[in-house]
Design a protein around this ligand. Structure first.
Ligand SMILES: [Zn+2]
Length: 456
């Protein structure tokens, strides 16, 4: 796939000052000089990472009369300032400082924030070859995916900076297939990213093993956003907007949507019911269960008693996430639970997290949201090893987190306008999937059976 390839960004010519042409003194002859220096990694002008700089150069070149001019490309490495790079490329210290000062005035170039790997192209007038340093006439740099900066030398030897902005367009792409070894490998092979695999697995927490890669034969279908320039050249991958899974131990389809009232982006099933349950059964994700809920002989006292929660085995320091929106009702230490937190949720529910090694910047009375980190796994209190003891209580009584019928999350159907907006977005995604499926009939590997959405 060509997603990893950076192509020249379309630049907005209207932003370029018209006087560049008059002020520029020389045309461009590409020398492609290799500069070997500790701060600078040389690059061939045709290399992919310098392609964006090359686009700015093309615009620049359009306006340059032919003369003896050299173009040299350097790359910012960690620890190197832009001015250092320019000097290594052959600019005098004065010219380098003047150009960088002008570039910094845009607020887009900062010595500390400049990303290592950022390409920088310097243009020199080499008609006066008797000098030790070349006369710097322009610098182009691309500090981020959207912008290219072009600093050009003025008659008074100061530099004038034009900000060229790519117009990014968001489109959507589909990546689907069958897991052969693991989800990430299959998703990346289909055009997705490792981050998509992580987001995908989080949407199917009930699947046994999906977070560890899934099972061979499991089928996945995704649609994600991609940012492109106006010519349709790929710029960067965006987030998942659709995820369907037909696996050995779970299945379902989820559509991303941001309700207008809360502004909180979530995934919903085909009927508009949120994927995020009212409470999760897995506050540290899928982890091995040491001990389930119910009567057992206590490992330390040897007496039969009710084990009031689930023990998830995990190494100390594993982040524990809030099971559902609520308020911190208690945090502190007790002999049995050790360091623990109790959270009050709506509808009479409470959750409790015990044997923690530490808390994560929370305090009693804080409102917390599902997924917030509240602390870390440990073995404080009466614990035989590092684990999370997780309890759910309903109306003051302990219930089994694994078998409890959890209330569903938000249902968009309660708000007709919201549901209509969601359905419109859903049908766009479905249309894309349908269209992609039709064009891919020949590729059996990417064909999927129709996946039934989860019933609420
Ligand atoms: Zn326990």
């Amino acid at each position: 796939m060509k997603q990893q390839i950076q192509r020249p960004a379309r630049v907005d010519r209207s932003l370029r000052p018209h006087h560049v042409a008059e002020r520029a003194v020389a045309g461009l002859v590409v020398l492609g000089m290799l500069v070997l220096f500790v701060f600078v990694r040389p690059q061939q002008p045709a290399s992919l990472t310098s392609a964006d700089a090359a686009q700015a150069m093309l615009d620049f070149r359009d306006n340059m009369p032919a003369a003896s001019t050299a173009e040299r490309i350097g790359q910012v490495t960690s620890g190197a300032a832009a001015a250092d790079v320019l000097e290594v490329l052959g600019a005098s210290a004065t010219d380098a400082a003047a150009a960088v000062a002008a570039l910094r005035q845009t607020g887009l170039v900062d010595r500390k924030r400049m990303r290592p790997g950022t390409a920088l192209t310097a243009y020199f007038d080499e008609s006066m070859m008797d000098s030790e340093t070349s006369r710097l006439i322009a610098v182009s740099i691309k500090p981020n995916a959207k912008n290219t900066l072009l600093a050009t030398r003025q008659a008074d030897d100061s530099f004038f900076v034009s900000v060229l902005t790519a117009r990014l367009v968001t489109s959507r792409r589909r990546a689907a297939g069958v897991i052969e070894t693991d989800l990430q490998t299959a998703l990346v092979a289909a055009g997705g990213t490792p981050a998509h695999a992580t987001s995908f697995a989080a949407l199917f927490p009930d699947d046994v093993g999906l977070a560890e890669g899934g099972h061979p034969g499991d089928r996945f279908d995704t649609v994600f956003e991609v940012a492109e320039d106006e010519r349709g050249n790929f710029i960067e991958n965006g987030d998942l907007v659709f995820a369907a899974f037909n696996g050995e131990t779970s299945h379902g389809s989820w559509y991303r949507y941001t309700p207008g009232d809360t502004g909180r982006t979530e995934f919903f099933d085909a009927n508009g019911v949120a994927a995020q349950p009212f409470l999760t059964r897995y506050p540290i994700g899928r982890a091995p269960i040491n001990s389930g809920f119910g009567q057992r002989y206590h490992p330390l006292t040897g007496q039969l008693h009710l084990h009031t929660g689930i023990d998830f085995r995990a190494p100390a320091g594993t982040p524990i996430k809030v099971a559902g929106d609520g308020t911190i009702a208690f945090m502190g230490f007790s002999e049995g639970y050790g360091r623990h937190v109790r959270i009050k949720h709506k509808r009479g529910f409470e959750t409790l997290y015990a044997h923690m090694s530490g808390f994560a910047g929370i305090k009693e009375g804080d409102a917390v949201k599902a997924g917030d980190v509240l602390g870390y796994v440990g073995d404080s209190g009466s614990a035989t090893g590092e684990h999370l003891h997780y309890e759910i209580r309903r109306d003051g009584r302990w219930v089994n987190p694994m078998t409890l019928e959890l209330p569903s999350g938000r249902n968009l159907a309660s708000d007709p306008a919201e549901l209509a907006a969601f359905m419109k977005q859903k049908s766009e995604i479905d249309a894309l999937r349908g269209a992609t499926q039709a064009t891919e009939l020949a590729t059996a590997a990417t064909l999927l059976p129709v996946i039934q959405p989860n019933s609420p």
